[in-house]
Design a protein around this ligand. Structure first.
Ligand code: ZN
Length: 331
């Protein structure tokens, strides 16, 4: 009966192959689970760490994970901790591939990422692990903060100085906005911002005396003027590299050089991210030729002269900015 025995073994082997059909199931997180983005991720954003675990069967070479349309990488031994920075509902999708890179099957789960609940602006600075002290009190500044730099991985240098700033003074809301801006500029390699100042207690119309006037956001320490962005390889100067666009369509404009394109891309990403309410570039007027003015004006949302037209010449100050002279006037 020796031959019959072999036939029986082969039949068993055949059955075994048929039972190893590829399978993929998400074990964790559970459908509908909610997470809070209250941890500082490696890229400088606030993230929700979400442990993802899958069960796989059959001949699967690798499993890739994505959140919405964003690829998060491959799972290792069926697990991966995703750092999710975008609040709101998100669909996690795991996709299994065979050794030839052919997609075999996928599984998904819907979860929610919540914003952290913080008591006040200082709570945001704590989440971003900003090193700061409260104060000193200055006219116009509601929530004065002095940050020991760098701020979320970004150094600051005052224009014209050879050494970097050690501290940065401003309203807490501006410091929070700079913490939010940091991962966006860091993604472009920026390690240092060269600025032309934050705090300056003044009217927009400098013929008037504070506080009986339309105040500049610099008076509240809720604005910063950015002159250059510096990466390990290059320095991007608003004055030297930004080419003024013929129309108001700053973020749709055709750019002239690589550095001009880079500056357009970065400032428009920052505007789209809602980091600041008002963003002015050299397109705005000659007084802004050498810097981006960004601020947190309540109820405002524009870049350049859009959304209701030109805010008006009356809003443009004609006074020296800081100690740099009359050539540098500002919104
Ligand atoms: Zn300004």
């Amino acid at each position: 009966m020796r031959n019959g025995c072999w036939i029986w073994v082969l039949a068993l082997a055949g059955c075994t192959v048929e039972t190893e059909v590829a399978s993929l199931a998400i074990v964790s997180p559970a459908p509908g689970a909610a997470f809070t983005r209250d941890q500082l991720g490696s890229a400088g954003t606030l993230v929700a760490p979400v442990g993802v675990e899958v069960d796989v069967g059959g001949d699967i070479a690798r499993v890739a994970l994505r959140a919405g349309d964003s690829e998060l990488g491959d799972l290792a031994d069926g697990a991966l901790t995703a750092e999710l920075a975008q609040s709101g509902p998100v669909t996690l999708t795991a996709t299994a591939f065979d050794a030839d890179g052919i997609e075999l099957l996928s599984a998904s789960v819907d979860i929610t990422i919540d914003d952290p609940a913080v008591a006040d602006c200082h709570g945001w600075l704590d989440l971003y692990r900003v090193d700061y002290a409260v104060g000193p009190d200055k006219p116009g500044v509601a929530d004065p903060i002095t940050v020991t730099l760098p701020l979320n991985g970004v150094a600051y240098r005052y224009s014209g100085n050879t050494s970097q700033r050690e501290t940065l003074f401003g309203d807490c809301s501006l410091m929070k906005s700079l913490a939010e801006a940091a991962p966006i500029v860091r993604a472009h390699g920026v390690q240092e911002l060269i600025d032309i100042g934050i705090y300056n207690y003044r009217c927009i119309d400098q013929t008037k005396t504070p506080p009986n006037c339309s105040m500049s956001q610099h008076a509240y320490a809720k604005a910063i003027d950015i002159a250059q962005l510096v990466t390990p390889d290059a320095s991007y100067s608003v004055l030297d590299d930004w080419v003024i666009d013929p129309d108001d369509d700053t973020c749709m404009a055709t750019t002239e050089s690589d550095k001009d394109a880079w500056l357009h891309q970065v400032i428009c990403e920052l505007k789209r991210a809602g980091v600041w309410n008002i963003v002015l570039t050299p397109n705005y007027n000659a007084d802004h030729r050498n810097h981006f003015h960004v601020d947190l004006t309540d109820d405002a949302d524009f870049i350049e002269r859009t959304l209701g037209g030109d805010p008006g010449d009356a809003l443009v100050d004609v006074a020296p900015h800081g100690d740099l002279g009359d050539a540098l006037v500002d919104f």
